[in-house]
Design a protein around this ligand. Structure first.
Ligand code: SF4
Length: 201
């Protein structure tokens, strides 16, 4: 479990910039999720960030604002980043496995994720981050291994074929439901901070 797949049947390799990719993605209707949401939540952050964060999908607030991690889980994520000396818009770029809100915040279905992942893969290629934090089991299972469990995989660095270091940890929404997960997430983000600081030596 140490490789991230980057092959895609939906070939976006000719798209040369994040702005161009976003413009295309905003009109995407490749899966049924778009029928029931307000719009595509592409992702945001520093386009030259070395650290990328990947969650599951937009929730109600994210759907309303058109921004990832705009609700309570996003506020908690900002606090976590602040605690390790990072600021979301300066140091990170944030996206999700699916870019349209699943109804009732259900987990995206495998077919929905399969349709949407080419956008994310191209985002990763264009950003070329050194580090990726996978926030929650959905990101872990769709980007690394469908059989993986976040409870077992969190806290250990993985590596993609292209050399990106990947840290799985719990989704901030899981912390809101279970404060007992705060300590492991804190430990995981300390590892991320240590690796992030090494990038700037
Ligand atoms: S979830 Fe992804 S694949 Fe489905 S319509 Fe939205 S952007 Fe397109």
């Amino acid at each position: 479990m140490n490789k991230v797949p980057y092959s895609t049947e939906h070939d976006l390799s000719c798209i040369g910039s994040l702005d161009e990719l976003k413009e295309m993605a905003l009109s995407c209707r490749r899966c049924g999720l778009r029928e029931e949401c307000s719009g595509v939540v592409f992702g945001e952050g520093n386009p030259v960030a070395r650290l990328m964060l990947i969650g599951e999908g937009p929730g109600a607030e994210e759907d309303r604002q058109g921004r990832p991690f705009a609700g309570k889980a996003g506020q908690l994520l900002d606090q976590i980043l602040g605690a390790i000396g990072l600021e979301r818009f300066e140091h990170t770029y944030i996206a999700n496995v699916v870019k349209c809100r699943p109804p009732g915040n259900r987990v995206p279905r495998p077919e929905e994720a399969r349709q949407c992942l080419p956008w994310l893969y191209r985002q990763i290629e264009l950003l070329s981050p050194a580090l990726i934090v996978l926030l929650g089991g959905t990101a872990l299972q769709n980007l690394v291994d469908p059989q993986a469990r976040i409870t077992r995989a969190r806290g250990q660095w993985l590596q993609s074929k292209s050399g990106i270091k990947i840290m799985p940890t719990y989704h901030p929404a899981a912390l809101l439901r279970d404060p007992g997960k705060k300590r492991p997430v804190w430990e995981d983000f300390q590892k991320v901070r240590d690796e992030f600081l090494l990038l700037h030596l």
